[in-house]
Design a protein around this ligand. Sequence first.
Ligand SMILES: Nc1nc2c(ncn2[C@@H]2O[C@H](COP(=O)(O)OP(=O)(O)OP(=O)(O)O)[C@@H](O)[C@H]2O)c(=O)[nH]1
Ligand SMILES: [Mg+2]
Length: 302
Amino acid sequence: MTHRFGTVALIGKPNVGKSTLVNAMVGQKVAIVSDKKQTTRRRLRGIATAPDHQIVFVDTPGVHEPHTRLGKAMVESARSALTDVDLVLYVANGAARPDEDEKRIAKMVADSGFGGGKGRLVLCLNKMDLLKPEHVLPNVEAYARLLGVTQDDTMLTTATKGHNLDKLVSMIVERLPEGPPAYPEDEFTDQSSRFMVAELVRERILLKTRQEVPHATGVVVESWEEDDSGRLRIAATIVVERSGQKAILIGEKGRFVHDVGTESRREIEETLGRPVHLDLYVKVREDWRENPTTLREMEYVE
Ligand SMILES: Nc1nc2c(ncn2[C@@H]2O[C@H](COP(=O)(O)OP(=O)(O)OP(=O)(O)O)[C@@H](O)[C@H]2O)c(=O)[nH]1
Ligand SMILES: [Mg+2]
């Protein structure tokens, strides 16, 4: 049996479903997902292993026009993913026509040498559940033209329902070089447990807040120790930019942060496979998104 191995970067606008696709294709939750734009803040790997292949998916932050140091680092992290992969999986919201932002991202991908015709670019039009039947053909054609690919390189998916994902994986595997697996089969990601815990806390906040709060929130795990009973005691700080945001996150009588703690702890215990005691604190650090030290502490930059 031929075994194929390769690295695949998912590139696209924010909120198109890149992280949802990675989780579904890996078969494990490796990336947080939310209905807010710019959920993913740095590159992360999700590893999918099968008898005949191993694919290292590189999930990236959605490419957008950045306004902060964090935003710039996010876009740079997506751009630099293009330097070191076998294939690009270009993900777009198939239910919307390509706009100017989409054109800029397509150009960035082409400029990095992943133009159509070379077998190194696969187009995934996601959110097909939201697409009206009469828009299928014009939308598929518009994206295919933009990226210079044919229908043979295009897959229509609904990531949230798993629709067409097996076909998408086959399309990717066919295009990867032959080679042995690089990771053991039970390894699913390159992230540290500390980072994943911070992300699971942040995901809860993204799902429960609106407007500027999701974007102004970061999470740092401060301490991590095992107590006598074998339970992990984790303390994390939720960092926001303004006192008004802090008030929202604490909530009346501390209710909001308490709920975030209870809800994220359940998922953290599942991920780590052991009981956890989670303490959460909320702090204001003005303009932390401009602060290189904080960005490093949060592991958004190296
Ligand atoms: N209707 C529908 N929603 C989807 C589909 N795939 C993902 N979503 C939703 O779209 C939203 C964004 O999904 P993410 O996976 O976080 O998107 P992303 O591209 O990683 O976004 P960024 O990290 O911000 O770049 C979430 O609310 C998902 O549940 C789909 O096929 N259909
Ligand atoms: Mg994402």
